[in-house]
Design a protein. Structure first.
Length: 161
């Protein structure tokens, strides 16, 4: 038993020495249409945004850009689960600085699929694929977006790797 513990301790030491952790969070950055999509699927559930801000983000996501102030969409933690046993089960829990919002079905699928398209990685565990995203932050600048130059939308987040 002690021998196995020594190997584990040695492995953890080596990972730490090289700046790695067993479950390292990988930073992800996306821009352009993918960033608009990420902000567009998270914004409706955010208690941090006003109704006007949510409408403006929905309009941007639907292709109706007009001049306005920069908008920021944030979420502290997003955990999505899709069962590969009960193939109808899908859920997400969105955690914001001011509360959490559970999603099921189509809404959860939209969030999960959009985060996957943005580079979030799902990992398998006991009959489910689980996707975890932390520190999501998206910035949308409607003035740049309406110029149709491909800019004005940026998102970053960390994902378990």
């Amino acid at each position: 038993m002690l021998h196995g513990m020594t190997r584990t301790s040695t492995a953890l030491f080596l990972l730490t020495a090289f700046g790695l952790t067993p479950a390292a969070a990988a930073p992800v950055s996306v821009t352009g249409s993918t960033a608009v999509a990420v902000a567009g699927v998270i914004a409706p559930y955010s208690p941090l945004l006003s109704a006007h801000e949510k409408r403006t983000i929905a309009d941007l996501f639907n292709g109706h850009a007009r001049a306005g102030n920069k908008l920021t969409v944030t979420a502290a933690l997003i955990v999505c689960r899709v069962s590969n046993v009960d193939i109808t089960a899908r859920s997400c829990e969105l955690t914001f600085d001011k509360g959490a919002r559970p999603l099921k079905g189509r809404e959860a699928n939209e969030v999960n699929a959009t985060l996957t398209a943005a580079g979030a990685i799902a990992e398998g565990a006991a009959g489910s694929m689980i996707q975890t995203v932390t520190n999501l932050s998206c910035t949308l600048d409607p003035n740049v977006i309406k110029d149709n130059s491909g800019g004005g939308a940026d998102c970053s987040f960390a994902t378990d790797q």
